[in-house]
Design a protein around this ligand. Structure first.
Ligand SMILES: Cc1ncc(C[n+]2csc(CCOP(=O)(O)OP(=O)(O)O)c2C)c(N)n1
Length: 944
């Protein structure tokens, strides 16, 4: 039998080795030389490179390490050839276990038969690996890390390792060193050692607490939603293990993102909230506490979405544990937790900031239906190795209860495993049977050791079941009747583990029962204490007042001339020997002049605002697609040497900076990219965090982050930030998708001073607004419509004096108006202002003034009142916008405008703009121009 007949690449490998051996015996590893010598490879003369071991094995030589029990070879030549073939087959078998062992693993606590794989059947290989042959194959040839001298000894271990209650998918990883490390770690069993008896008892106690809490809540608060964890109880001890291990490795924070399932249990057992505090929320629902409105007018949130943080005492000392608040929108919290963790890991005191992933760990807990179903999971994985986004490896735990609400896996995904998506991101995956809590803990140990070694993400797919309905009001048997029947006969995770410990003599049945009594007793006692302390619910307060003006007027945003001049020079300085692209150098050189002569454009004003804030000690993080340069090539914060490709960011080297400046081109994502920045901004309240959309149109890819976090976070969770969205917006003839950042959506979402929305028209306004946003003690997200054409438009540029004086003005009057003579006032916002005042007919209507509303929410009622009062002969006010009537600012600000105008001499407000449209703008440049011209003429009153 020729070696080349053996299966797959291993056979080819052996054949190649043999050919090498024939050429030069010393060139092959010792163990192979021994085998080939045994096969007669260099016995005597006359062997050629073509000689196969089968043909060239005239001498009977016992295989090395053949056990004494092996039967004597019948025909020497055949026996040796068989050994070589056997080695190749054994290599194929080992490879099959590593690659496909998971298909035969016992992962389902409900006992479904694993599908298996023929490649795992040693009797189906060529030659069949009989016990005799196995006994002749030295294990070390197979590079195994399981114990055993021969394949015969090693195979049962291999089977146990790869097809037991834990299974591994690691062979897809492209990095060889990682694969080898993982194989060794897995096969050596170093993470699977049986813990000391006291640790096992502690685990039993923990599982008892987990189950005890779930059962207590269900029985005490019949029908109240708790999204029980039962069937996946091992999750909680896995989190314990995680916290212990990262604390031991020096971390000071674990940030957890999770949905509803098991959250109440995690709040208590992982974060350390008291039983009373959770029971209070259940009692609260009963006693209508929940109707008591937050005195600040916040809505609050259901108990399984609320944030929690606490300090845990680990063996290595204290460590903070946070569960981030999250909306119902599954997986939306993933990027938020990544950004949050990144902020915790970042030292923002200077330069480009220092990132140390060892100080905090992100843990994301996913549902098995949500993980493959929600695209943001993939977007979040894509962040894992990016310089500006990595958190040094996230631990992903899939709480796989084999059902999504009522949906079976076959309806919910096209892949075999819930976790398969992660394979495409080079992430190791471990599946573990949730009824084997010790195996589950070993998965965590492996994951964290891998993270410490390689700094990448890791997925643990915890395969359990859902003992009850999706929530406590659901009847699971309507849709999963057979599964429910099967689960009813399944002992709980805790009971199984208790039985195991009793059987193994670690505890007695009485001791196990006593642990249970303790737990139930503690819950009862907590509940009794709570009942005794519950007071009458206070009366609901009245509606809080609605804000009418913005905050931040008092903030000093002007910067001294000398400071700005010096910063301007520093921002233009590059190190000796660094070449700036010649075209860009000319552009940037203009900034030396504009600071003196005027003409400071958007990019320059922004750089000066940032630089002055860095001197003020405000760290800045700016990201977005192509943001370092700027989509419209106006920013250039990072310069590239055309000769060497080296980069430099002068803003990271300001001599007077007291904080860091981070700038990153983001991946092509909105949802995860914006979620990440939101999380970062929440965890870094000291910083100005800005996210820029390529065009504002794309921001709706992140609509969930906007609706669920940015605008509602404060109301729901008392969580806000000064996250700033830069959204290029404006009608410049580029079609329906490069025109609108959907200003109307943000204005519709503005309430209770939750956000600020602005659309400013000059570089100086932008400068002051950025500084105000960073310095205002009241932190709120800012949504800023940013320009495209105005970036370089001379009339939109500013002088140094405008930066050294003044502040952001929410309303800009018409500086050239003869107020006493004006009868018609055009109010607008953004770029349309320049279209209007730059129109050829503008000069023909001196009785018309054109003013700008630069802050749209909170609406500047008082500033507008003042402005209107300055026009004593006003007869009509026109609101002009370039967006369609069902879009733009009109529908949100109309009532405010009308209210304000009523107090003036004018009669109402007239709308001028595009009519109601389904698509934001025309697709054809000429149609666009015609429409813009019509709008401006109508606004000025010269339409006919
Ligand atoms: C984005 C989103 N779409 C739909 C839902 C409604 N929903 C709530 S739970 C659930 C099933 C989740 O299944 P899985 O991810 O397996 O988690 P499990 O509840 O089983 O733990 C669905 C569809 C949601 N919460 N979020």
């Amino acid at each position: 039998m020729a070696v080349a007949d053996q299966s797959g690449p291993n056979a080819a490998y052996v054949a190649q080795l043999f050919a090498d051996y024939l050429d030069a015996p010393a060139s092959v590893p010792d163990e192979w030389r021994t085998i080939f010598d045994g096969a007669g490879g260099h016995e005597g003369n006359g062997h050629t490179a073509e000689t196969s071991p089968a043909a060239a094995a005239p001498v009977a030589t016992a295989a090395p390490e053949a056990p004494a029990a092996a039967p004597p070879p019948a025909a020497p030549a055949e026996v040796d050839a068989e050994l070589l073939g056997g080695v190749a087959a054994a290599m194929a078998l080992v490879k099959a276990y590593r690659m496909h062992g998971h298909l035969a693993a016992r992962l389902d606590p409900l006992g479904s038969e694993p599908m298996g794989d023929p490649a795992l059947d040693e009797t189906r290989l060529h030659p069949p690996l009989t016990p005799e042959l196995q006994a002749r194959i030295p294990a070390r040839l197979l590079r195994l890390s399981v114990p055993g001298e021969t394949l015969l000894d090693a195979l049962p271990r291999l089977r146990e390792v790869y097809t037991g209650s834990i299974a591994y998918e690691i062979e897809h990883i492209s990095d060889h060193a990682e694969r080898v490390w993982l194989r060794k770690a897995i096969e050596s069993g170093r993470f699977r050692a049986t813990p000391a008896p006291e640790q096992r008892v502690a685990l039993l106690r923990r599982l008892t607490q987990v189950e005890g809490l779930e059962q207590y809540l269900r029985r005490s608060f019949l029908g109240q939603k708790q999204f029980s964890l039962e069937g996946l109880d091992s999750l909680v001890p896995m989190l314990d293990e995680t916290i212990e291990l990262v604390a031991a490795a020096g971390a000071h924070e674990v940030v957890i993102g999770m949905a509803h399932r098991g959250r109440l249990n995690a709040l208590v057992h992982t974060v350390g909230r008291s039983y009373e505090s959770v029971l209070r929320e259940f009692e609260g629902e009963r006693s209508y506490d929940a109707l008591v409105v937050d005195p600040e007018g916040g809505s609050g949130d259901v108990k399984y979405h609320l944030p929690a943080s606490g300090t845990r005492v680990s063996q290595a000392g204290e460590i903070d544990v946070t569960i981030a608040p999250n909306p119902s929108h599954l997986e939306a919290v993933d990027p938020v937790v990544e950004g949050w963790t990144r902020a915790e890991q970042t030292d923002r005191s200077s330069g480009a900031a220092l990132h140390d992933p060892t100080v905090a760990l992100a843990v994301l807990i996913h549902g098995d239906a949500a993980f493959p179903g929600q695209g943001v999971v993939a977007e979040t994985f894509n962040l894992q190795s990016l310089e500006g986004y990595s958190t040094g490896g996230t631990l992903h735990l899939i709480t796989n209860n084999q059902v999504g609400f009522t949906t079976d896996p076959a309806e919910g995904r096209s892949t075999r495993y819930s976790s398969d998506l992660a394979k495409g991101f080079d992430v190791p995956i471990v599946h573990v049977n949730a009824d084997d809590p010790e195996a589950a803990l070993s998965a965590v140990r492996l994951a964290l050791a891998y993270r410490a070694e390689f700094g990448h993400d890791f997925v643990v797919d915890l395969v359990g079941y859902r003992r009850f309905g999706h929530q406590e009001q659901d009847e699971a048997a309507y849709t999963q009747p057979l599964q429910v029947e099967r689960i009813e006969s399944q002992p709980t995770v805790r009971d199984q583990f208790a039985a195991r410990l009793v059987e193994e003599g670690v505890v007695t049945q009485d001791e196990a029962d006593a642990i249970l009594d303790d737990v139930v007793g503690a819950l009862r006692a907590a509940h009794d204490r709570l009942r005794a302390s519950i007071a009458e619910p206070p009366a609901p307060p009245g509606e809080p007042p609605q804000p009418t003006t913005g905050t931040g007027e008092a903030v000093e945003t002007a910067v001294g001339e000398d400071r700005l001049r010096a910063l301007n020079e520093q921002l233009l300085a590059v190190p000796e020997g660094f070449t700036v692209h010649p075209k860009l150098e000319r552009q940037l050189a203009r900034r030396h002049d504009t600071i003196e002569e005027g003409g400071i454009d958007w990019g320059q004003a922004e750089a000066l605002a940032f630089a002055s804030l860095l001197e003020d000690g405000i760290p800045i993080r700016l990201s977005g697609q192509d943001t370092e340069r700027g989509t419209f090539a106006h920013r250039h914060l990072v310069l590239h040497d055309p000769r060497s490709g080296e980069t430099v960011a002068p803003i990271q080297h300001l001599p007077g900076a007291n904080a860091s400046f981070e700038a990153y081109n983001s991946p092509l994502s909105e949802y995860a990219a914006l979620g990440f920045e939101y999380g970062y901004s929440v965890a870094a309240p000291d910083a100005l965090v800005l996210w820029e959309a390529q065009f504002g149109d794309f921001v709706n890819g992140a609509q969930i982050v906007i609706d669920q976090f940015i605008v509602a976070g404060r109301s729901k969770w008392k969580q806000t930030s000064r996250l700033t969205l830069l959204l290029p917006h404006g009608y410049e003839g580029n079609g329906p998708e490069h025109s609108s950042a959907r200003l109307e959506r943000f204005l519709q979402l503005g309430a209770q001073e939750n956000i600020r929305v602005a659309n400013c028209t000059t570089a100086a306004q932008y400068f002051h607004l950025l500084r105000r946003q960073a310095l205002d003690v009241v932190a709120r997200p800012l949504v800023l419509m940013t320009p495209k054409g105005l970036l370089r438009l001379r009339p939109a540029s500013s002088s140094l004096a405008e930066l050294t004086d003044g502040r952001f003005e929410p309303v800009l009057d018409d500086a050239g108006a003869d107020h006493g003579a004006v009868e018609r006032l055009v109010l607008c916002s953004g770029k349309l202002y320049f279209d209007t005042v730059g129109h050829e007919l503008r000069e023909s209507v001196p009785g018309v003034a054109v003013a700008r509303i630069e802050q749209l929410y909170p609406f500047p009622v008082e500033a507008l009142e003042e402005l209107l009062a300055a026009y004593p002969r006003l007869r009509e006010v026109v609101w002009a916008q370039e967006e369609p009537q069902n879009m733009g600012a009109w529908r949100s600000i109309r009532h405010r405008l009308e209210e304000t105008v009523r107090a003036s001499t004018a009669e109402g407000v007239r709308y001028v703009g595009r009519s109601w449209k389904a698509s934001p703008s025309e697709g054809y440049p000429t149609a666009h121009q015609r429409e813009q011209d019509r709008i401006v003429r109508q606004a000025l009153g010269v339409a006919d």
